[in-house]
Design a protein around this ligand. Sequence first.
Ligand code: AMP
Length: 216
Amino acid sequence: MRLIILGAPGAGKGTQAKILSDKYQVPHISTGEIFRSNIKEGTSLGMKAKEYIDDGKLVPDSLTIEIVKEYITREECKSGFVLDGFPRTIPQAEYLDKALVQMNIKLSAVLNIFVEDEEIVKRLSGRRVCPKCGSSYHISYNPPEPGDVCKNCKTKVIQREDDTEETILERIRIYYNQTVPLIDYYKEKGLLITATGQEEISDTTKEVFEVLKNIK
Ligand code: AMP
């Protein structure tokens, strides 16, 4: 399975990507996670990416493409991958197309998870994440354990620095300008499938499994 997951910030890409990566036993590649762990480790990539991420902007294509190139050519990605948060711009998608041709492989599908704007703002402003294992929570819809600790690894959950009101609005604006054109891009290639991410996580997963049922 070689899958791309598209969707607005907060649509649940990361959550569904983790589930799909377990189901299909392929690596989950999240460019956002890669940047965040580089920021935590204080690498030069992390330092460069941080200024864009904290402002709700996209990290420049050149930097992002370098990273993805390094990941998708790894041995463990030979049998497939779930790409979460990449591509986010047309040049990134064009790069990926070229790289896949060079590697002589094809995408299985591009899954777009659709959520209304109003819901996105609610979700992102209430989102909490575990800095250790990456589990994602919401203060009202899916709260962590009492004391704000992760259900999975008992680490105190945090709010992402880019989940503040002002940054959220900028991320949504950029999503419409730069990422939404990818929906048509992949539709024209006959690769697009869609699921609704509006309800409970388990409802989305059910729908995602259904739309992916005949895809290898
Ligand atoms: P995410 O965890 O996917 O929401 O990504 C968090 C942030 O990382 C985004 O708001 C961007 O600033 C940056 N980022 C992640 N993926 C990309 C990408 N493909 N291109 C540019 N910036 C990205």
